[in-house]
Design a protein around this ligand. Structure first.
Ligand SMILES: *[C@@H]1O[C@H](CO)[C@@H](O)[C@H](O)[C@H]1NC(C)=O
Ligand SMILES: *[C@@H]1O[C@H](CO)[C@@H](O)[C@H](O)[C@H]1NC(C)=O
Ligand SMILES: *[C@@H]1O[C@H](CO)[C@@H](O)[C@H](O)[C@H]1NC(C)=O
Ligand SMILES: *[C@@H]1O[C@H](CO)[C@@H](O)[C@H](O)[C@H]1NC(C)=O
Ligand SMILES: *[C@@H]1O[C@H](CO)[C@@H](O)[C@H](O)[C@H]1NC(C)=O
Length: 266
């Protein structure tokens, strides 16, 4: 009896894990900023390519674990993130692997743009770059979620317990609602993503770090979640060669549904 019961649970969980829901890009951005697990795949033959001949034209896909959120051109929502993969370097006549940085921009107009930069894995030298534009309406990009939107958790104790148990915990911060308010609108309105690693500092506050890598710089955000639900953000951009940092922003935000810093678990 117990064996049958375990089998049924196993079979159901398999069904759940392979089912997913298709999202349009507007929904993708909304799900992503409300704690859901989201991903996408690209059908390369349905996209517009501007790639050098050394870059093989393969379809690809990914989960979106961490992104910057923009409000661009007055009315478009964008998310911006990057991935790094190691690919075969033989086309470049180099012996080691090529390190490929793919910067992705998803807009609520239903498009995804990918800027690829291939670097020599050993020396870090830029070899080639190119880009790919995919439209959801043409079947070039297909966005999915494997979960519902998350349930918001609003107390420090709940966040700490959820992280400690290993729940899938995600955050979204609306920087425009943090202090000080930006004097000038820069286009970057927030960050969202998964808190995949954290630490407790000497005061027992929760700290974690997120980053988005660009070919020329890396945006880094350090987050400290204090017990009184205040949140300190420090957003910086670091230039790889020189390790120079520009010290972009320091912000105070507040955790909770009425605040600027939201945490969800699914
Ligand atoms: C995306 O889906 C939502 C909900 O079904 C719908 O309201 C919206 O118009 C769709 N947007 C686009 C660009 O298709
Ligand atoms: C890289 O590609 C070349 C040419 O196709 C092949 O001979 C080589 O085995 C590949 N290297 C790796 C590590 O896959
Ligand atoms: C590739 O590298 C080899 C060894 O360094 C060199 O002999 C050859 O000319 C190179 N080929 C090209 C196309 O650069
Ligand atoms: C992506 O590539 C296109 C074409 O080269 C370029 O116009 C655009 O500025 C790039 N985007 C970013 C953010 O680098
Ligand atoms: C937390 O935020 C509140 C409201 O902004 C403020 O009054 C309080 O001083 C802050 N606490 C700390 C420790 O910064």
């Amino acid at each position: 009896m117990a064996t049958i019961h375990i089998f049924v649970v196993f079979a159901v969980s398999c069904l759940v894990s392979v089912s997913g829901r298709t999202l349009n890009i507007t929904e993708l951005i909304s799900y992503f900023t409300h704690g859901a697990d989201v991903g996408y795949r690209v059908a390369i033959d349905k996209c517009t390519l501007n790639l050098p001949q050394q870059v093989a034209k393969y379809s690809f896909g990914d989960v979106i674990d961490n992104a910057r959120v923009y409000f661009a051109n007055n009315n478009d929502w964008w998310i911006h993130f990057s991935t790094r993969r190691y690919v075969n370097g033989s086309h470049f006549n180099i012996t080691g692997p090529v390190s490929r940085l793919t910067e992705a921009f998803f807009t609520d107009r239903g498009e995804a743009d990918f800027n690829l930069s291939d670097f020599d894995g050993k020396t870090g030298r830029l070899l080639v770059s190119g880009n790919i534009n995919c439209k959801a309406t043409q079947g070039g990009v297909h966005a999915t979620t494997s979960t519902n939107k998350g349930k918001e958790i609003t107390t420090f104790a709940d966040v700490k317990a959820s992280l400690g148990i290993g729940f899938n915990v995600r955050y979204h911060v609306n920087i425009l609602k943090c202090n000080p308010n930006p004097q000038q609108f820069t286009g970057t309105v927030g960050w969202a993503g998964r808190i995949s690693s954290h630490r407790l500092n000497i005061n027992g506050d929760i700290e974690f770090t997120q980053y988005v890598e660009l070919p020329t710089a890396t945006f880094v955000m350090d987050v400290t979640l204090h017990k009184d639900r205040n949140v300190t953000l420090y957003v910086d951009s670091v230039v790889p060669d020189t390790r120079r940092s520009t010290g972009l922003l320091r912000k105070k935000c507040v955790l909770g549904t009425a605040g600027s810093f939201h945490i969800f678990k699914v």
